[in-house]
Design a protein around this ligand. Structure first.
Ligand code: DC
Length: 221
């Protein structure tokens, strides 16, 4: 089978990261977390005291940075920011940066290049709608707000935030609202995406469901 492009979109805490990683491992594909690219640009802008509402300046940060996202590490220029980009400060900064059309142009272009030869599972908010509108497989993962907040509260990759699920839920809902209502590339499920509600399901169950969708594409599948 030719190497596919698999797009996995959805709100925070829907399980995209875990599922995308597992699907990529099973297929021997590259896994790319596009959100980490927005987070890395936000991290560098904050660190350089670039005002996040200065679209031209933040776009320059994106353009002039080397960003390397693998399943193990996130690097921008020579800094390993794998851990530092998962804090409440960068949650907010990344959402602000992701609203800027000029920043999106730069990062979407890089994301498309990463997928040019296929064999990729890319997760994000606009992968099936904007980055790869002709992706071979589009999955939109969702879960109830409570479950998403519970997962985020228990995710060891995210540090420094509130621990109480109710507080995490408030922050997640605010950020999702920003992602869903922004003018450029808002979060929504592509018409041809398979929507999977992951509430109450194990990672294995969701990975099976996604693999079933992918296997349907195999000759005779
Ligand atoms: O998935 P995440 O929480 O790490 O994403 C960080 C921010 O970037 C979040 O506000 C959503 C935004 N984002 C986006 O706009 N488009 C993407 N393809 C991925 C993330």
């Amino acid at each position: 089978m030719k190497p596919l492009i698999i797009a996995i979109d959805g709100p925070s805490g829907a399980g995209k990261g875990t599922v995308a990683r597992a699907v990529a491992a099973e297929l021997g594909y590259r896994h790319v977390d596009s959100g980490a690219m927005y987070r890395a640009v936000a991290w560098k802008a904050v660190r350089g005291r670039v005002p996040l509402e200065d679209e031209a300046a933040v776009a320059r940060v994106a353009e002039q940075s080397r960003i390397d996202v693998t399943s193990a590490h996130v690097r921008i220029d020579d800094a390993d920011v794998t851990r530092e980009i998962r804090t409440p400060e960068i949650d907010r900064a990344a959402a602000a940066v992701a609203r800027l059309p000029r920043v999106r142009i730069v990062l979407v272009d890089r994301q498309r290049r990463l997928g040019a030869v296929g064999g990729i599972v890319m997760e994000g908010r606009d992968i099936g709608t904007v980055v790869f509108p002709t992706a071979d497989v589009k999955v939109y993962l969702d879960a109830s707000p409570d479950e998403r907040a519970r997962r985020r509260a228990n995710d060891p990759a995210h540090t420094g935030g509130p621990k109480a699920v109710a507080d995490v839920a408030t922050l997640l809902t605010e950020r999702d609202q920003l992602d869903r209502t922004r003018a450029t590339s808002p979060l929504y499920a592509a018409d041809d995406a398979v929507v999977v509600d992951t509430t109450g399901k194990s990672v294995e169950e969701v990975v099976r469901e996604v693999m079933t969708v992918i296997k349907r594409l195999e000759p005779g599948g």
